[in-house]
Design a protein around this ligand. Structure first.
Ligand code: AMP
Length: 190
């Protein structure tokens, strides 16, 4: 089973992905985490993406597609991937479909976490105060939301056309959102 957790920055994708890793033994593939690890390691890739990420812009499709491709065998061996923060552009979604098809696999379900913009801003203000994550500052967060609306939201009709999209209210408490995701995963589909 391959699942995409879809939604704007700070919608709770990472939190819910980690819970699914614990409960279903799937592998979380978060391009944001992979890129932050590259920066922390001081690699050449990290050096190339640090400024882009800090500003809240998207890094190039080629970079994230390659990061994902490297991790697909591991996810396959575990029985499935939870894509978190990927794909973020139509080009990434098409590349993902092609890579999975090549491996005899596919995306089974896309769960969209719906959270309104004001709630996202409030969440991120709290997170920035706690973690100091550089791209959670208000300026960069606005750029990240803009990138989501301009480049990532257009994926919704793409997945809707493929009959893979399920919407979940992401405004509630973590446990309530988790229960709604479980329900979506268990529901008979199409
Ligand atoms: P995230 O942790 O998913 O919010 O990602 C943090 C930052 O990493 C984003 O604001 C982008 O700069 C970069 N990033 C992560 N995933 C992608 C992606 N799929 N495509 C382009 N940039 C990405």
């Amino acid at each position: 089973m391959n699942l995409i957790l879809f939604g704007p920055p700070a919608a709770g994708k990472g939190t819910q992905a980690k819970r699914l890793v614990d409960s279903r033994k799937m592998v979380q593939l978060s391009t944001g985490d992979m890129l932050r690890a590259a920066i922390a390691s001081g690699s050449e890739l990290g050096g190339r993406v640090a400024g882009i990420m800090e500003r809240g812009e998207l890094v190039s499709d080629e970079i994230v597609i390659e990061l994902i491709e490297q991790r697909l065998p591991e996810a396959e061996a575990a029985g499935g991937a939870i894509f978190d923060g990927f794909p973020r552009t139509i080009a990434q979604a098409q590349a993902l479909d092609a890579m999975l098809e090549h491996r005899g696999s596919r995306i089974d379900l896309v769960i969209r976490l719906k959270v309104d913009d004001q709630a996202l801003m409030d969440r991120v203000a709290g997170r920035f105060a706690e973690s100091g994550r550089p791209d959670d500052n208000p300026e960069s967060f606005k750029v990240r939301l803009g990138a989501y609306n301009a480049q990532t939201a257009p994926l919704l009709p793409y997945y809707q056309n493929h009959k893979k999209l399920v919407e979940v209210d992401g405004m509630g408490a973590i446990d309530a959102v988790a229960a709604a995701i479980d329900e979506a995963l268990e529901a008979p589909r199409w």
